[in-house]
Design a protein around this ligand. Structure first.
Ligand code: ATP
Length: 222
């Protein structure tokens, strides 16, 4: 379902220099797989996720999702692709503190022009799934870390995407909340989602429900 073919990604540092963040990555992730992407800081994990999300394009090589070459999409089609296929959980959650839980979760739907009924149904599903119904009207800034984490994963799932990408999702959590996050991933996998987690948190290593661990080192898979 997700294929990276000979992917090289270079970032321009200044007029004279580029940094080669990915050095020819080949990766094949099947539908329903949970893959843990390991590697030290700077090894290229976030870059891989941003390519799968069509947030950036490879310098050379191709990224395919369900046979579509997403590395070739124009920007407006890339955001359309993202809206329908990708749920992203970031390290710092990227929630808006002065909006309510409900407003934060509904943000990805803003450009979609859905009916109130469709919006309510989607909202109800994720509030229930991630046990956050009782906080739906509260401002995000008044929530605990664990509650914010549930809002972030609820927002990533509002469109019922096929693919969940999580970038260091437990970086700001204690062990108990990290383990809870891992349980939520297990439930999403049981629903058939394809999941890629970029992390250096050892709690993700050797997980019995992870299909694979892939290690990046200086932009190459080892
Ligand atoms: N927009 C950018 N411009 C220039 N260099 C970048 C950019 N984004 C990433 N890099 C560089 O590319 C390399 C890979 O970065 P990336 O964020 O993918 O690593 P990572 O493994 O996710 O690291 P971390 O675990 O710290 O998030 C690093 O050397 C980083 O400094």
């Amino acid at each position: 379902m997700i294929k990276l073919k000979d992917v090289i990604k270079e970032y321009k540092i200044n007029d004279a220099e580029t940094l080669r963040a990915l050095k020819g990555i080949n990766l094949d992730i099947k539908e329903g797989e949970l893959v843990v992407l390991r590697g030290a800081s700077g090894s290229g994990k976030s870059t891989v996720l941003s390519l799968i999300a069509a947030l950036s394009k490879p310098t050379s090589g191709e990224v395919e999702v369900d046979g579509d070459k997403i590395s070739k999409l124009a920007d407006n089609f890339a955001s359309e692709y993202r809206r329908h296929n990708i749920g992203f959980v970031f390290q710092k959650y990227n929630l808006i503190p002065n909006l309510s839980v409900k407003e934060n979760i509904l943000l990805p739907l803003v450009p979609m022009n859905l009916s109130k009924k469709e919006i309510d149904e989607k909202l109800k599903r994720v509030l229930k799934m991630f046990h956050i119904e009782h906080k739906s009207e509260q401002l995000v800034k008044n929530l605990s870390g664990g509650e914010q984490q549930r809002v972030a994963i609820a927002r990533a799932n509002i469109n019922n995407p096929k693919i969940i990408l999580a970038d260091e999702p437990t970086a700001n959590l204690d062990e108990k909340l990290s383990l809870h996050f891992i349980e939520m991933l297990q439930e999403l996998k049981a629903e058939g989602k394809t999941i890629v987690v970029a992390t250096h948190d050892p709690l993700f290593f050797g997980l019995n429900f992870a299909d694979r661990e892939i290690e990046l080192h200086h932009g190459s898979i080892i």
